[in-house]
Design a protein around this ligand. Structure first.
Ligand SMILES: [Fe+2]
Length: 466
């Protein structure tokens, strides 16, 4: 019997667990589904099966991965959701309760899972090498069937990777390659990242270990046509601090921000390090090459409250906590190792996405969630970086997540297509999937697929065209 969930901001309202797997063959749609919107939108997010163990404090990043699958076909929308059958899910389902500590904490875990694999598979779901992969950054991937969402099993590139795989791989749409990395690649607290490339068929072609200035929380990274860039932000992991009874991760701005730049076809010996003032970023927008430099568009803040400082205090609003759209320039001529920054907008925003076909090359359009209510995103934001215009849609009725772009066709120009947006309706406590014209979001959705239930707020997703 599942026990009640405790009071927690990550277990109530839009984030409360759903507790159900569904198959809805033909959702109610208000408005007309465009004829040329054909394909599947997959999205991943945490949906804990059981409440945390007694004495353990829940964290949003700990919930069991639940995949949503929306198929658009012939003007209809179907929906299906399934939990990823990780080892954690299966063991806990059998026991009827949580066995793992929150975020894999061994101190609060049941002794029976001391040697078991902690995997939530809850952060992103991507399509590459004919495989649908559920990802979380702490361990290997889990393969799913794209039609039924049935779990196939762990995917470790035929045993060649036994450590973490980022939840934010990049795709080079010319070469078909997936470029990815593993953080703390030689064990927790280790100051190593692992750089990987898989070819268009999903075969591993690169497996390179790179020493970084210090172990830190690296959620995302940058890839251009020529370079891979590993950012090291001063949200640092510190084993010594743990030994002295302190926190495992702390905001240590004095450590500065560093960028390891390596040619895509380079080795660990080719890394050049660049630095800038302390910054924090969960997600970048995109990166590309220009003459003599690399440009990176990113949602970044000057400080974070994601972890306390070493003295136990938190960074404050005055330190600059709001994620803002910025452009970083990294010199590649050897003249300077200092990264420069330009702020592109003053409206806080996060979960940025471009048209995925523009990953690694210069983009014009950016879509993201945001607004002025902190984490309670109430605006869908569209930046046209060529005209310098920002358009938004939204109101306080909806809590919005990550927007995903669906091109009208494989050959359509950038932003010719649709933006898909899951929205939590605060009034009905139900979820709607909103479809916008990517060229003009301001008038509001073209159509709304209405779910009979609520999908918990989640993380990242992928459009796979028909
Ligand atoms: Fe993320």
């Amino acid at each position: 019997m599942t026990q009640p969930f405790p009071e927690d901001v990550f277990l109530t309202g839009p984030m409360a667990p759903s507790g159900i797997e569904c198959d809805a063959p033909d959702l109610i749609v208000e408005g007309e589904v465009p004829d040329d919107l054909r394909g599947v939108y997959f999205r991943n997010g945490p949906d804990p099966l059981y409440p945390p163990r007694a004495g353990d404090r829940y964290h949003w990043f700990h919930g069991d991965g639940m995949i949503q699958r929306f198929e658009f076909n012939d003007g209809r929308v179907s929906w299906k959701n399934r939990w990823v059958r990780t080892e954690k899910y299966e063991l806990e389902r059998k026991a009827g309760e949580s066995l793992f500590g929150v975020l894999g904490n061994p101190l609060t875990a049941d002794p029976s899972v001391a040697d078991e694999h902690y995997n939530t598979a809850n952060t992103h779901v991507v399509w590459h090498g004919n495989k649908l992969l559920a990802l979380m950054e702490g361990t290997i991937a889990v393969e799913l069937r794209p039609d039924t969402l049935e779990t196939v099993g762990n995917w470790d590139y035929d045993g060649q990777i036994d450590g973490p795989i980022t939840a934010h791989p990049k795709f080079d749409h010319k070469s078909g390659e997936m470029i990815f990395f593993g953080n703390q690649a030689k064990g927790q607290f280790s100051d190593w990242v692992r750089y990987n490339v898989a070819d268009r068929d999903g075969r591993l072609t690169r497996n390179e270990f790179i020493k970084v200035p210090y172990a830190s929380f690296v959620h995302d990274f940058f890839v251009t046509e020529k370079y891979v860039i590993f950012p090291i932000y001063p949200l640092a992991f510190n084993l010594e601090n743990v030994m002295q009874g302190g926190v495992p991760m702390a905001w240590e701005p004095d450590k500065g921000t560093h960028f390891g730049v390596i040619p895509r076809d380079g080795t660990a010996d080719d890394v050049v390090w660049h630095s800038m003032d302390p910054r924090w970023s969960f997600h970048m927008v995109n990166a590309w090459d220009e003459v003599g430099c690399i440009k990176v568009d990113v949602c970044a803040s000057n400080a974070t409250q994601f972890a306390p400082k070493l003295d136990g205090t938190m960074a404050t609003e005055e330190d600059g906590l709001r994620p803002l759209l910025r452009r970083w320039t990294i010199d590649t001529t050897g003249k300077t190792n200092t990264v420069s920054e330009e702020q592109l907008d003053d409206m806080p925003g996060e979960f940025p996405r471009t048209d995925d076909r523009y990953m690694t090359i210069k983009h014009r359009h950016v879509y993201m969630g945001g607004g002025d209510k902190g984490l309670d995103f109430n605006r869908l934001i569209h930046h046209d970086l060529q005209t310098g215009t920002r358009r938004t849609w939204g109101n306080d009725r909806y809590f919005l997540g990550e927007p995903v772009h669906a091109p009208r066709s494989v050959s359509a120009p950038e932003a010719d297509g649709y933006v898909l947006q899951l929205a939590h309706d605060h009034e009905t406590a139900l979820t709607e999937l909103l479809v916008f014209d990517a060229a003009d979001i301001e008038p509001g959705p073209i159509c709304r697929a209405k779910l009979p239930v609520r999908i918990p707020a989640g993380f990242h997703g992928t459009w796979v065209g028909a």
